[in-house]
Write a protein that binds this ligand. Sequence first.
Ligand code: NAD
Length: 282
Amino acid sequence: MSAASPAVPTLSFRDGRTIPQLGYGVFKVDPEVAADVTAQALEAGYRHIDTAKIYGNEEGVGRAIAGSGIAREDLFVTTKLWNDAHAFDDAIAACEASLERLGLDYVDLYLVHWAVPEQGRYVEAWKALIALQERGLVRAIGVSNYPKAQLEEIIEATGVAPAIHQIELHPYFQQRELREVHERHGILTEAWGPLGQGKSDLLENPAVTSVAEAHGVSPAQAVLAWHLAHGIVTIPKSVTPSRIVENLASVDVTLTAEEVAAIDALDRPDGRGGADPATKTA
Ligand code: NAD
């Protein structure tokens, strides 16, 4: 890490453990290049990496971590349980296999990747994560892509609320209802697709570009600064070296209340770009 690496703020889970608010996501990063780009991200100063079993690149992420020389306690690593392993024993084995691929004794955060309501095993998967935490294989446990009903059901069934909920979230799809539920239960909100995954004109939207111009930063940095201003954990992905650095530097951009409000106004009822967690099938 160079001396000029930006200081990334941390947020606290209910148990007092912390998570760096901005991390590096590796969805769709080719397994062949995952080690190289993750190493670049670590070199740039990222200390939080978000991968998943289904991304097929846990080994590459693990190689980058091993080669980084960064102390394990200074890193925050997330991986996720895929939809084919919600049965209790399968989930335990899947976590052990992820740890093996990552070359780690534990991950800082393990997430159920999708609720897949149709499969009906999201409570069982959650119970497995509770067991994994008790066994020390994972430090914090959370979920991803749980509709409100299923999120409330797992809390009701186990008495344990997730530490964090990772959901599609960007200025065109702001998830206000779920964020209110999170607030009530002390669940942190984590945004996937924080830049809209390149699927829309978000980074050309005048509300975004005018905030960017006012700060002399890129539209992507303005959007990431908006996430940070809302207390959302965000994990932008890029394999372009300059953008890896640029995205991290958004932690140095502080928006005014008016600028945050201008981007808040972009929320759209049809802004979802990815699958709907309520109807997603395995
Ligand atoms: P993203 O919103 O981070 O968009 C990434 C794309 O934005 C890049 O491929 C690139 O085209 C563009 N981009 C990146 N930096 C840019 C910059 N500075 N300027 C201009 N364009 C830029 O989308 P994502 O990768 O899908 O989401 C981020 C991370 O979230 C993933 O890598 C993954 O770790 C996680 N994720 C989780 C789920 C889930 O189901 N839990 C789903 C998707 C993604």
